[in-house]
Write a protein that binds this ligand. Structure first.
Ligand code: PLP
Length: 390
């Protein structure tokens, strides 16, 4: 990892302490340039012609994404964000009234709201796997719930938005195969910071966003769709003329590959930007990224954990690049203002973003810092110095 070169490629990392890759990261220059160039050409040729002129470039989006996930281009669908990808997958599950969805206490807020909406409209039942005292999923309890309720779908957020927990999606995948349950993984926070192999995870779907640890543009995301789903003929509820061909007045036929999960109109300049971001990660190599990040995050966790009054809130036997904490006796808003005044870029997760987790922890929320491989140990030390002085 040549961090000097990486920082040169990342104009936004100078002059501030940027620790918000779990929110919306800093894109490499090549990502922004590719989008500007695309738009400049679109200005001349118009959108439809550009789509044809750049067909090979756009196809590379599928190839690079497949390479990242260790799968095939036919299994990738472009989406507008992770929630959009997630909802398209959810809409393909052949639920009947009374079916249940098994999820976790740490699943993303919008996923939880989606499940509750399905419960309200179609009478589905939402079940959640309990956690062990360590914060990890209680897999024995999960197995028991699978045995008793035979949920139609298991949905697990790999890394939550509001804590450093990493949920064991591979172990869950094994259980899902054993009980022949559809399995949807939210990989929004894990892609770009962890090596993911969708075969090993054993999921049917995996949803992701572009702008976080993948360092892509806003308004982009994608969905992995397994061969099993494609072969079983599952399709999104709201399928359009991209995903299907209208064969006769009362008949359509869906696409063979994951394109059946896409919509016809797409922001192609952003898609090219996302492709460049994923290519950037692929070229660096996820193995190297993970290794570098491990050193960075270990130093940060250790340092922050030793500061008086700072309580780290992350649980679980495996932890990610997201560090959450609060300062005892200090309102979150005060800590937030003090950090912002020192030019630190970070996020705050509030109680309403993580009802179950934060209510269990008894906190009103947490400061979330999320370093990535363009950050340096010196920056982590500066951050710790600032936090110590508040
Ligand atoms: C774990 C997780 N899933 C899903 C999402 C939603 O992503 P998007 O805003 O791209 O829809 C987020 C966003 O923070 C997230 O952290």
């Amino acid at each position: 990892m040549n961090v000097k070169t990486i920082r040169k490629d990342t104009p936004g990392c100078e002059g501030r302490l940027f620790f918000n890759s779990a929110g919306s990261s800093l894109p490499p220059k090549v990502v922004v340039d590719s989008m500007i160039n695309f738009l400049k050409e679109e200005e001349i040729y118009g959108g439809y012609e550009m789509e044809v002129r750049r067909a090979a470039d756009l196809w590379d989006f599928y190839l690079e994404t497949a390479r990242l996930l260790q799968t095939n281009a036919r299994n990738i669908a472009f989406a507008y964000n992770a929630t959009d990808a997630f909802a398209r997958a959810l809409s393909a599950i052949p639920f009947n009234s009374g079916d249940s969805i098994l999820t976790t206490n740490d699943d993303y807020i919008s996923n939880q709201i989606n499940f509750l909406s399905l419960q309200k409209r179609f009478g589905l039942c939402v079940l959640r796997v309990p956690n062990l005292s360590s914060g990890d999923l209680d897999l024995e309890q999960m197995e028991a719930l699978l045995k008793v309720h035979h949920p139609k779908l298991v949905a697990v957020t790999h890394i939550p938005t509001n804590s450093g927990l990493v949920q064991d999606v591979e172990a869950v995948g094994r259980l899902c195969r054993q009980f022949s349950t559809f399995y949807l993984v939210d990989g929004c926070q894990s892609l770009g910071q962890m090596e993911l192999d969708v075969e090993k995870i054993g999921c049917d779907f995996l949803s992701a966003t572009g702008r976080k640890f993948l360092r892509g543009p806003r308004g982009t995301g994608f969905l992995f769709v397994s061969d099993r789903i494609l072969e079983e003929g599952l399709e999104p509820l709201f399928i359009d003329m991209r995903g299907a061909t209208w064969k006769s007045a009362n008949e359509y036929v869906h696409e063979k590959d994951a394109r059946r999960f896409e919509l016809w109109e797409n922001p192609y300049s952003a898609m090219v930007g996302l492709k460049e971001a994923i290519r950037y990660a692929n070229e660096l190599g996820m193995g190297q990224i993970v290794e570098y990040n491990r050193t960075l995050i270990d130093a940060l966790r250790k340092g922050l954990g030793s500061l008086p009054g700072i309580e780290l809130l992350d649980r679980g036997s495996a932890k990610s690049n997201i560090v959450t904490f609060h300062k005892e006796g200090m309102p979150l808003s005060v800590l937030q203002e003090a950090l912002t005044a020192q030019n630190v870029v970070f996020s705050v997760s509030k109680l309403e973003n993580a009802r179950i987790d934060f209510e269990n922890k008894g906190v009103e929320g947490a400061v979330r810092v999320s370093p990535h491989y363009f950050n340096t140990i010196e920056e982590a030390e500066n951050l710790m110095g600032i936090i110590a002085s508040i």
